[in-house]
Every structure is written in structure tokens, then in C-alpha cells.
Design a protein around this ligand. Structure first.
Ligand code: ZN
Length: 440
């Protein structure tokens, strides 16, 4: 029972509120009451004005919505933004990205690259991200310092790297990271097998066993291109998704990233196993990888989240851009402008992401009892006027620069576009230094 005379920690009011749950809902003149980091009430603005509170923020011209969730990325790769462009996936990886990573990746590279990524993501309204990269223990420290919520997909692949000798060591490191991050409320740890073509089958089986025993999420690039699927069929006589299902690696805790080249049978397998799909439309378009059939997946009851992928294949970490691209790509590829409307698209970037990462009880919508992970977006500027439908402006007109405030568990990470937990100038200076070193 709510005691209206109790003092709140924070009350944020705005012209509109989009809770994401229930879907298609846009509320006028509302306020969110925050107590102990959680959303304790959603009230009319006039009533909220009479409530006692430690801090009150009123945002005319703004819409309040859940913080955005970037369900797939490789944060530190932001130091390779624009390093190699306009190439297909395998030559891009094998001739450019992997050699550059081999020469430069270190704990310092990951610390500075992740800081750059987090600064960029925070400035465009992302409050939760999933990261798959070397030295995830370093990413954990950067994330803890900034206060963002994250899932660390501890990478596993067969090749040796600056971070370890091969799959067995990477699997051990994933388990150690899980122990290391225990008790950190904002961090979850997943296994991050890179892809079925970079991790041997017996190692994938080992991950399946551990993941089932420990109830750990598994985050994997899957069906990124038709070429990947064809090569697997030629080598093993089955599609990668069928291999994963056969070895017990496909279930509600499995996050399948990309998922292009899907037939009806594949979609049925995803629906039947409850596996999650993470759609990265800009990366898929830039590398001409293929198209994830989002409307068909949603119609089959498969949960879909959005991810930017790494900045080397996008080249930004901006979920507003990703929402825009996801909606337009779905319409173009299906020949149907009615699919993936603005509300559904925002849902992919919020609640869809929370479900994919197993965080639907924590974040992803403005619901009493969830953590107060919120952003405020200023819709009063020229590119969002006149204002018929806030949802349309968010998905089809906003660029991310309109985000003015963000909070994670009620703590302000950005106020009036100023980051509170990250020194942007110092972060950019270190990124420039890496650019000079990598180009040398
Ligand atoms: Zn990726």
C-alpha cells in the first residue's frame, strides 16, 4: 500500500509518458515516483506536484520512456570505428579487424574503447547494454564506474588471443567472471561463444552443459550470413541452428544474434525452443549480410531485441538509428508498410531487449516495481514538430540528440546532456591517442 505522505526520493514529470507496457500506450501529463531505486508509482502530474520528495524534476516538452537496451555490441571495437569499411563479412574480419585486434587488444585498449562506447551509448539514451569482447573483467569495472546496467557475454572461440590460449581457458574465464561479478546487481554474465564456425563442437557442448547447470545465458552470433549456413550444411550436413538444438544449446536463455537466412522451419525451431533473437539491422545492411525476418518472427511468437553490433560495422552505437533502420528494413523487405509500427519498434529496443537478456522483471518498461531505468527525450525542437504522435517522432524523426536525461535505478547518469559518471573529454582524448597508435 502506498503512503501518499511518504517522502519520495525522486519525482520526474513530463508532458508524455510511454510505458511500453501495455503496448501502444501514450499517457499525457504523468509523473514517475522513484523510491529506493525502483518505480513506486505512476501518477498524474498535478497530483505528483503535491507529493513530498527529495528531488523533483519537471520536464516540459519531454517524453519519459524506459531506458533503451542495446542487446548486442562489442564496445571496445569503437576504437576501430571506420578502420575498415565497405567489405563483406569474412574479408572484413580476416584481413582487417582480426589482425588489428591481434596487434592492439589489451586491457588498456578495452578500458579506453569501452569508456568511449559507454559515453556514446549514454548520450543517446541507452541505459543497458550487452557486450561481447576480450577482457570482460575490464568492461565490468568500466560499467560499474558509470552505473550502466549490462550483460557481459564472456567470449569463447578456438583461437588464442591476448586474453587467453583457447576455448577451454575462455570457458574457465567465463566461470571466473561469473563469480567475480556475483553480488553486482547491475551486471549479469553470459557465455559468449563467438559463432558456430569459430568454436569447435565439443566446446559448444561443454558450454551447453555448464549453461544448463548454472542457468547462465548464452549469447552467440548465429546465421549472420547465408554463406555461414551453406558452409555448415556442407561441412556437417545440418544448419547451424539445428546443430545448436541437437546439442542442447537452444532455449529461452539463448540469445541468437543476427538470424538472417531463416526458413519457416528455422522460425518454428526458435518459437518452439523459446530462443531469443537479437536483430542488428545496420550491421547486417552495411556488411550486406542478409535480412532478419522480424515481422515473421514476431508473428510466430519469437521475442526480438535490437543491437547495434560493434562500431566497426555500423558505425555508431545509437539505438535511435537502429530503431529507424529496423522499422524501414522490415517494411521494405516484407513489401508491407504496415509491419513493425513505431510502438512495436520501440518495444524491440526496450522490453524486447530486457526479455532477451533475462531482465524483464528488472527493466525495459515503466511498471511499478521495476528499477527506475528511464530516459527523457525533448520533443520541442524543429525536427520533432508539429507533434501529432510522440511514438512516431521517437522512431522516425529522433536521432538520439534529443535525449536530455537518463537514470539507472533512479540514479542520474545524464542531466541536461551532461554525463554525471564519465569524463567525456578525457575519454575522447584517449580514443584519439589510440587512433594515432593504430594508424601508425
Ligand atoms: Zn557482433
Amino acid at each position: 500500500m502506498i503512503d501518499p505522505s511518504a517522502r519520495a526520493d525522486l519525482i520526474i514529470s513530463a508532458d508524455w509518458l510511454i510505458p511500453v507496457e501495455p503496448t501502444q500506450t501514450v499517457l499525457k501529463d504523468k509523473a514517475v515516483v522513484v523510491q529506493g531505486g525502483t518505480i513506486s508509482e505512476v501518477l498524474d502530474r498535478s497530483e505528483a506536484a503535491r507529493r513530498p520528495t527529495e528531488q523533483r524534476i519537471d520536464l516540459p516538452g519531454h517524453v519519459l520512456l524506459p531506458g533503451l537496451i542495446n542487446a548486442h555490441g562489442h564496445g571496445a571495437m569503437s576504437l576501430l570505428r571506420g578502420y575498415a569499411d565497405d567489405l563483406p563479412l569474412m574479408p572484413w574480419l580476416e584481413d582487417h579487424i582480426w589482425p588489428a585486434e591481434g596487434a592492439h587488444v589489451s586491457a588498456d585498449f578495452v578500458r579506453d574503447g569501452s569508456s568511449l562506447a559507454l559515453a556514446e551509448m549514454l548520450l543517446v539514451g541507452t541505459t543497458t547494454f550487452s557486450d561481447m569482447y576480450f577482457f570482460p573483467d575490464v568492461v565490468a569495472e568500466v560499467a560499474s564506474r558509470t552505473g550502466m546496467r549490462c550483460q557481459l557475454a564472456s567470449p569463447v572461440f578456438d583461437m588464442p588471443s591476448a586474453w587467453g590460449s583457447g576455448a577451454d581457458e575462455y570457458i574457465s574465464k567465463a566461470l571466473a567472471l561469473r563469480d567475480h561479478c556475483k553480488g553486482r546487481e547491475r551486471i549479469t554474465v553470459a557465455f559468449g561463444p563467438h559463432a558456430p564456425y569459430t568454436v569447435a563442437l565439443d566446446k559448444l557442448e561443454k558450454i551447453a552443459t555448464y549453461a544448463a547447470e548454472l542457468d547462465m545465458p548464452v549469447h552467440i552470433h548465429l546465421h549472420e550470413t547465408a554463406g555461414e549456413v551453406l558452409a555448415a550444411v556442407e561441412a556437417r550436413g545440418e544448419r547451424p541452428i539445428d546443430t545448436l538444438q541437437r546439442i542442447g544449446l537452444l532455449g529461452p536463455r539463448t540469445q541468437c544474434v543476427h538470424m538472417t537466412d531463416l526458413g519457416e522451419q528455422d522460425i518454428g525451431t526458435l518459437a518452439q525452443t523459446g530462443a531469443q533473437v537479437i536483430h542488428c539491422p545496420q550491421s547486417n545492411m552495411k556488411l550486406a549480410s542478409g535480412t532478419c525476418p522480424v515481422p515473421r518472427l514476431l508473428a510466430a511468437g519469437v521475442n526480438v531485441a535490437l543491437g547495434t553490433d560493434g562500431a566497426a560495422s555500423n558505425n555508431d552505437l545509437n539505438l535511435f538509428n537502429e530503431m529507424h533502420s529496423a522499422a524501414l528494413l522490415a517494411k521494405l523487405s516484407s513489401g508491407d508498410p504496415t509491419v513493425l509500427d513505431a510502438a512495436q519498434t520501440l518495444e524491440l529496443a526496450t522490453l524486447g531487449g530486457a526479455r532477451a537478456l533475462g531482465l524483464e522483471d528488472v527493466t525495459g518498461s515503466i511498471v511499478v516495481g521495476k528499477q527506475a531505468d528511464l530516459i527523457a527525450v525533448d520533443l520541442s525542437g524543429p525536427s520533432t514538430q508539429p507533434l501529432y504522435k510522440p511514438l512516431s517522432q521517437l522512431v522516425y524523426a529522433c536521432t538520439g540528440a534529443e535525449v536530455t536525461h537518463s537514470w539507472v535505478a533512479g540514479a542520474a547518469l545524464m542531466e541536461n546532456r551532461e554525463l554525471k559518471t564519465l569524463d567525456v573529454d578525457a575519454t575522447i582524448a584517449r580514443a584519439r591517442e589510440w587512433g594515432r597508435r593504430i594508424q601508425a
